[in-house]
Design a protein around this ligand. Sequence first.
Ligand SMILES: Cc1ncc(COP(=O)(O)O)c(C=O)c1O
Length: 378
Amino acid sequence: MNLFNVYPLYDITPVRAEDVFVYDSKGEQYLDLYGGHAVISIGHSHPHYVKSLKTQLEQIGFYSNAVQNPLQQKLADAIGEQSCLHKYELFLCNSGAEAIENALKLASFHTQKKRVIAFQNSFHGRTSAAVAVTDNSSINAPLNEQHQVTFISFDDFETLEKELKKGDVCALIFEAIQGVGGLDEPSEDFVYQMEELCNKYKVCLIADEVQAGFGRTGSFFAFQKYKINPHIITMAKGMGNGFPIGGILIHSEIKAKYGMLGTTFGGNHLACCASLAVLEILKKEDLQQKTKALEVFFRSKAAAIPQIKKIKGRGLMLGIEFDFEVAELRKTLIYKHHIFTGGSSNKNLIRILPPLTVKETHLEHFFNALKKALSSTN
Ligand SMILES: Cc1ncc(COP(=O)(O)O)c(C=O)c1O
């Protein structure tokens, strides 16, 4: 049987990984500055993570949400403590898109309305409502188009109020730093305006932290750069360091009702254990704090390369923009210099999303390789 051919693949077969390195079937070492789409947070196969998962699997890997699972409460407590968000409750699922789907559904239940406001260049996933709020018509099927969504641009204060005022909007969904879209951010004034108007017009403000959350940007969630209280926060990628887990944090003003949300696999024992191990390492190794110094180092190195026209992002969610398309440059980096980087819908931008355990020496190695690649591709 063939695989359904939806991914254009690099011809590399990773068979082993450790910390910031991936090793292929030929024994070649690759520096991972992409973390498999921002998923690897505490480093590949971190010994504490591996040990915790092995021990958990020997005890119990899965049982359904029909019985008590104290690991879910332990995870909720740990997220509350490390994010300093105490007025929220946790619902667990299995992926980013599923978190978005649940967040939108909950907003609609809560407000009894159905239109959503989303942003140009957004990416929120590929399931029904998640893809409908994603600004990319090529991945929306006719089925997805049944959702009522209006896309507006960051910092368009006038349209924001005009749309919310209509009274039919259940949710406003935003990424504090756009991931797939290419690392653009709304202005601080606009973020506060979103919060104020959502409260005024009884709209749920949803912060999509699927990519930026879990310490990557230097705060636990990227929106925490501002003093706002979204009604719902979505998370996934870095949460499990590769084990599939997602979740939403729900403000206590939204009340739960039996059957409102549900899942078979979400919040299983292994998934909770993976996420708890991530939180333990984030804290023990002070990884969230360390991203700030690494960003400063990264920016200083990037500023010294004249071909780089713009440096974007925060912490270890970074982008470097050129005045040409970077596809060839990324190929040279991967095949010649053995460095994984990311692209985005901005074709001139390289995305850097390494494990949070990356060190200055690794970034130094990247910039040396980048200089060589730039001189060979130009
Ligand atoms: C901001 C954001 N939201 C949602 C998603 C969807 O997550 P998943 O691929 O786990 O469904 C992504 C994936 O890239 C993302 O970057």
